[in-house]
Write a protein that binds this ligand. Structure first.
Ligand code: AMP
Length: 360
């Protein structure tokens, strides 16, 4: 939690994640009665008082989706199919889905005891944090990053061997649906989520090249959460994606720039107004368009436009102003191919023309 005392002495706590808030809204708004199988999403800043490092900030952004009121494996699978499609659509190609089942209130306590016994038997090899985890929440032993603990936990019993019949059936069905849809995943039998209300399906999206903080997103089933927040016994499953880390794997640390269709070049002060108007109309039509101030030679301006990767230069000089037109040049074919376009032509037609010429 990121908690601190505000100037007037009130204690503030900033939200670390949104699932609990979504569930609270689901209960307080009455959706639990009017639309019990709600599918909800959110996006926004989250705050955690962590030690900042690459990919780990005190303020970061998450996009999340939650399906409430559904305990069937189809809900888990559909969510993961959507997540997979989303990652592909934004170009997160190296992201890998890791999957596990955490069991439920029937079988997990049995597993927890097995893990506790295993930990007790290897006490001397575990770090002080793990000694504490052993008492409070033995599942977290599987999470420890300390090398010595990891080596010990390699040999620890895994949840899969303790799953009850109902959980085993659920997990098998989720996996069969993912296989059917060609969603790739790897089983990670040591993947856990610390909080008690998580059960059955648990997953993480990890990406190489992110360093120590390699999780791009995570989620799973939380059938006990609605009841824990004072609601009825309603199931839920969802995920949260870290937008900051997603941006790191999608755009190579923000180096990618949009491909410009055209750069508009007013050659003198009087052309500035019409040039801005021309660029604005193209931008309203969704084209990425550059605009440079006058003052340099035409040659220098064209070289600059070329360096920005634009396909076309739109020139507005003295002659063009007089004729009420612009001159368009193709910078890729290096063709001096003056084309006249009306300065006040309607945006949509113009955009269609520029798009076709620029191949945008
Ligand atoms: P969690 O709620 O811990 O499962 O986090 C879900 C995702 O949010 C993670 O996979 C990260 O991508 C992102 N995330 C969590 N904590 C941070 C942080 N401190 N800085 C940046 N991203 C974070």
């Amino acid at each position: 939690m990121y908690s601190f005392t505000d100037r007037d002495g009130t204690s503030l706590t900033l939200r670390p994640e949104a699932t609990a808030g979504v569930v609270r809204a689901y209960l307080e708004s009455g959706l639990v009665h009017t639309d019990p199988t709600a599918r909800l999403w959110y996006a926004g800043p989250m705050f955690r008082r962590e030690r900042p490092q690459r990919g780990r900030y005190r303020q970061f952004y998450q996009i999340g989706a939650e399906v409430l009121g559904r305990d069937d494996p189809l809900a888990d699978a559909e969510l993961l199919v959507m997540l997979n499609a989303y990652l592909a659509a934004v170009g997160a190609r190296d992201a890998r889905l890791e999957l596990n089942s955490l069991g439920d209130a029937t079988c997990r306590p049995v597993y927890r005891e097995r893990l506790r016994e295993f930990g007790q038997a290897h006490l001397e090899a575990l770090c002080p944090d793990c000694h504490r985890r052993l008492e409070r929440n033995p599942l977290r032993l599987l999470d420890c990053k300390v090398e010595g603990c990891r080596a010990v936990m390699e040999r620890a019993p895994v949840m899969r061997d303790s799953l009850c019949e109902a959980c085993r059936t659920h997990f098998t069905a989720v996996r069969a649906l993912l296989d059917q849809e060609g969603v790739p995943y790897v089983l990670d039998l040591r993947l856990v989520r610390g909080l008690d209300y998580y059960c059955r399906t648990a997953f993480e999206v990890v990406a190489e090249g992110l360093g120590a903080q390699n999780a791009v997103g995570g989620g799973g089933r939380y059938d006990g959460l609605v009841a824990a927040l004072g609601g009825p016994d309603v199931a839920g499953v969802g995920f949260a994606l870290g937008v900051d880390r997603l941006a790191m794997i999608v755009a190579g640390d923000g180096e990618a720039r949009p491909q410009l269709a055209a750069v508009v070049l007013p050659l003198e002060e009087r052309a500035v107004g019409p040039a801005l108007d021309f660029a604005t109309r193209l931008r309203r039509e969704g084209l990425a368009v550059g605009l440079e101030p006058p003052g340099r030679s035409l040659k220098a301006l064209l070289r600059g436009a070329d360096r920005q990767g634009a396909r076309l230069a739109v020139i507005v000089g003295e002659e063009e102003l007089k004729a009420g037109r612009v001159t368009v040049r193709d910078l890729v074919r290096r063709e001096d191919r003056p084309l006249a376009l009306a300065l006040d032509s309607p945006g949509a037609d113009l955009a269609r023309w520029v798009r076709a010429e620029a191949g945008a």
